[in-house]
Write a protein that binds this ligand. Structure first.
Ligand SMILES: [Zn+2]
Ligand SMILES: [Zn+2]
Length: 340
């Protein structure tokens, strides 16, 4: 089958077409024909060798397609269209039993790192990470649901966001950010979108942002919070960029505010002012990827038209390098998508 693999770590040009054998599903697994695969900021870091994907990996963890075959223990899935969660959990460990499947490390694992990903014609999957797609949600949209939409939904749940909360979303023009704005708006939050790109202001307003701030400093964010009846700061920050905005975002919180880290575009350590966290009694939380239950919720929100995933542009699989070049240039609003 055609795939795109990492020939080395480096720029977009290291993504090269190759051929692999079609994988064979185990007794409890599904074989999914990939209909579309999203291109994530995570993939760009993996391509550069900054994450766990070794040379030779097939990247891609944002997958939708059709179940073509199933193992002997699985019934009722062949022929169904599905969206996949990024990780296949084991279904048996303590984390899986608690529903915290993003923390499971006993299953087949994370696409593109632990098992071959969606820059391919086929991938393996499981009823533990597959969610049926209704007819009105196409594959390109389906590919965006778990990572680009589900990551923000899970972060907002982690922060306990309620109607009326003032929520800052950093990196709001990015693939995760723009959908976090939509979901937060749906939850009834007052949304402040922070972006580095003035050209994305209109798209963010259309996504549901009440305020859009372009590269705000701490003073500008506090002024916006005050205008929104939060003179002591905002209730929640969903931080999708990490290092570039973290310090300013943390300072924008009211006493007792919560910051959820979901993205980090510049791997490495961050300076943290402990006094600020102590005196204001702030909570700094991490939130990884969606669970299958989160993905079920996202599919329903999209089916109802409450959330409209933004695919910026679709490339043929063999042109994955061009999609990565566009991602590196930060010129897209919404997700780049590959189609085999
Ligand atoms: Zn992703
Ligand atoms: Zn598990």
């Amino acid at each position: 089958m055609p795939v795109v693999e990492l020939a080395a770590h480096g720029g977009p040009e290291v993504l090269v077409p190759a051929t692999r054998l079609v994988p064979v599903p185990a007794a409890d697994q599904l074989l999914v024909r990939v209909g579309a695969c999203g291109v994530c900021g995570h993939d760009a870091l993996a391509r550069r060798g900054l994450l766990a994907a070794p040379v030779g990996s097939v990247l891609g963890h944002e997958i939708a397609g059709r179940v073509e075959a199933a193992g002997a223990d699985v019934t009722g899935w062949v022929g169904r269209r599905v969206a996949l969660v990024q990780r296949i959990p084991c279904g048996a460990c303590a984390e899986c039993a608690a529903g915290t499947t993003a923390r499971c490390r006993q299953g087949p694992g994370f696409y593109g790192e632990d098992l071959p990903g969606g820059y391919a014609e086929f991938v393996l999957a499981s009823p533990l990470n597959a969610v049926p797609l209704p007819d009105e949600v196409d594959d390109v949209t389906g590919a965006l649901l778990s990572c680009a939409v589900g990551t923000g939904l899970k972060a907002l749940h982690t922060a306990g966001v309620r109607a009326g909360d003032v929520v800052v979303v950093t990196g709001a023009g990015g693939g995760v950010g723009v959908h976090t704005v939509q979901v937060a708006h749906h939850l009834g939050a007052v949304v402040v979108a922070v972006t580095g790109d003035a050209a994305k202001v209109q798209a963010l307003r259309e996504a549901g942002a009440d305020e859009v701030a372009v590269r705000p400093d701490g003073r500008a964010l506090r002024a916006i919070a005050a205008r929104l009846d939060r003179p002591r700061g905002v209730d929640v920050v969903v931080e999708t960029t990490g290092a570039p905005t973290f310090a300013t975002a943390l300072r924008s919180l009211r006493p007792g505010g919560r910051l959820v880290l979901v993205g980090n575009t510049v791997p490495g350590e961050l300076p943290l002012d402990p006094g600020l966290v102590i005196v204001r009694e702030l909570a700094v939380l991490g939130s990884a990827h969606a669970t299958r239950a989160d993905l079920v919720e996202v599919v329903e929100l999209v089916r109802r038209g409450v959330v409209r995933p933004l695919a910026a542009r679709v490339w043929p699989l063999a042109e994955a390098a061009a999609a990565h070049a566009a991602l590196d240039a930060r010129s897209l609003v919404g997700r780049a998508v590959l189609r085999p």
